[in-house]
Design a protein around this ligand. Structure first.
Ligand code: URP
Ligand code: ZN
Ligand code: ZN
Length: 515
């Protein structure tokens, strides 16, 4: 780099490093547990105080939040930035995807690092390099797509490096999918490490069969994607993953629950005492399955994701499960492929890159679909979009709450404002938007990331390199007491006598007491 440019860059970084002192005055602070009228004082990148009538320090800038809600910045625990998938690379990198996130009130995301040629460590290194241009806090889950001793060892190394969750795909046969035997080994390894296993639940074999049948019947367009992924595949995969996790006695995080049946499976497991986090994604309850029937391939293909966006009845059940607490997190699965990339599947729906946008729209469509309709409260909203992810991935209360000492990731939200979502005004590099033209109630007016107002008055002020990798510690609260549960299983008192049962050798006639 030219010396002058380098100097300018360093100076910009140094100025950036001087955090703002901000006093957010007169708003309603909403946390997952409660809401109250209070001011929020921010300095040195941290929340210093939350309380009534806080006085502004001499160097503070005051932001008037009267009539507004002041909430923790969103945490999106499911994104795919700069992801190499299905023969292409998702069109948002760690700069554009995060800029979009900040404009929509999300201040941290957890991306899925994919292995490089099956190698986890190499895959993580590639994603770390790609994330160097980050403008906000981020972390990673690691996908496990094969199994051998090196994979198990790499999982340990990655856990030590700050990765506390591993994703297993039951779908994408021949690419990412693992067998049940591999999943069992992976679940056991996760348990050993205190890392949360995550599962994409669809039956890989049934899927391939259905895809071949649908394609052979002459359906080659995006609707074929939908027709070849019926809810029963997802329901079965979810039930199977949950039961295998129950057998191993390890907590489980079910990603992108899209069917009512899968939500019911999560609810059943939770009722049975299993430690399960069910993740909904915004597109799952706020988008429209009918769109893949659109006569224009460009429109239809942008709605192709897996599992697919389903019927209004499934969406009603997903929203009910979120309102009832059976599904506990709202993410996005932001996997952005623009229309030229989607054209890779023109004439064969099996080749359409899977994924939709959402990182920028998540908070708005969730508020509009769930809070503005009266299904959930603002505190529920904070839990679903921020606090629950912080809990699941073991960074609460550093993130997910507005409390003294927490990172100053904050949004100021106007519940009375309305705005229109569109590719013409969004910040993602996508040339389409699955929420195109939709008017949503509520608006993120200001986003504060690491103590700096980075989205204000409709303008973004971000700096590549300002984003930090947030190491996620293993052994979170979901793992508390698992060893005691294991011990109680092995040493359970059966009414039939102790195990192992002592038995006479063949021909011996000793009684049970004599043995
Ligand atoms: O269609 C999707 N969901 N694309 C991203 C990859 C995945 O399965 O999460
Ligand atoms: Zn998935
Ligand atoms: Zn995904």
């Amino acid at each position: 780099m030219h010396a002058v440019v380098l100097l300018a860059w360093c100076l910009l970084g140094a100025v950036w490093a001087i955090a703002e002192t901000l006093l957010i005055k007169g708003g309603t602070v909403v946390n997952a547990e409660h809401q109250l009228a209070a001011d929020v004082l921010i300095a040195d990148g941290l929340i210093q105080a939350v309380g009534r009538d806080l006085q502004a320090p001499a160097n503070a800038r005051t932001i008037n939040a009267a009539g507004k809600l002041v909430m923790p910045g969103g945490i999106d625990p499911h994104t795919h930035l700069d992801a190499h998938m299905m023969g292409t690379i998702s069109c948002d990198d760690f700069y554009s995807g995060q800029a979009a996130a900040l404009a929509g009130g999300t201040t941290m995301h957890i991306d899925f690092a994919l292995p490089s040629n099956g190698d986890l460590a190499a895959g993580f290194a590639r994603y770390q390099a790609a994330a160097a241009k980050s403008v906000m806090d981020y972390s990673f889950h690691m996908a496990v797509t094969s199994w051998d001793d090196k994979v198990a060892a790499d999982m340990g190394e990655l856990a030590a490096a700050g990765i506390n969750s591993f994703k297993f795909f039951l779908a994408y046969k021949g690419v990412f999918a693992v067998t049940d035997a591999q999943l069992l080994q992976g679940l056991a390894r996760c348990k050993e490490l205190g890392a949360l296993p995550m599962v994409h639940c669809e039956n890989a074999d049934a899927l391939v069969d259905a895809q071949e049948r649908v394609f052979a019947s002459g359906v080659t367009g995006p609707e074929g994607h939908y027709l070849s992924r019926p809810a029963v595949f997802e329901d079965e995969g979810t039930a199977r993953a949950l039961r295998l996790a129950e057998y191993v006695n390890v907590p489980l995080y079910v990603v992108h629950v899209m069917s009512g049946g899968a939500a019911d499976e999560v609810a059943r497991a939770r009722r049975g005492g299993q430690r399960v986090v069910g993740e909904a994604v915004a597109s799952g309850f706020a988008s429209e399955e009918r769109m893949v029937w659109d006569a224009d391939f460009r429109v239809a293909a942008q709605y192709v994701m897996s599992p697919p966006i389903r019927s209004p009845e499934h969406q009603r059940r997903l929203k009910a499960a979120l309102a009832g607490g059976m599904l506990g997190v709202v993410a996005t699965d932001h996997a952005p492929f623009n229309s030229s990339q989607k054209r890779l599947g023109l004439g064969d729906f099996r080749k359409i890159p899977n994924g939709v946008n959402g990182i920028e729209e998540r908070l708005h469509v969730t508020w509009d679909a769930l809070v503005a309709t009266g299904l959930i409260t603002p505190s529920d909203f904070v839990r679903l979009t921020s606090a629950a992810a912080a809990h699941a991935f073991n960074i609460y209360p550093r993130k997910g709450v507005l409390a003294p000492g927490s990172d100053a990731d904050v949004i100021i939200f106007d519940p009375a404002a309305e705005h229109v979502l569109s590719a013409a005004s969004h910040h993602s590099r996508m040339d389409t938007n699955i929420y195109e033209g939709r008017t949503v109630r509520g608006k993120v007016e200001t986003t504060i990331s690491q103590g700096r107002a980075v989205w204000e008055g409709g303008a973004l002020k971000v700096r590549p390199g300002a984003g930090r990798f947030i190491a996620l510690p293993t052994g979170g609260p979901l793992f508390d007491g698992l060893d005691r549960l294991d011990a109680s299983y092995q040493h359970r008192n059966f009414p039939y006598g102790a195990t192992p049962v002592k038995r006479a050798a063949p021909g011996e006639t000793k009684s049970r007491d004599e043995l």
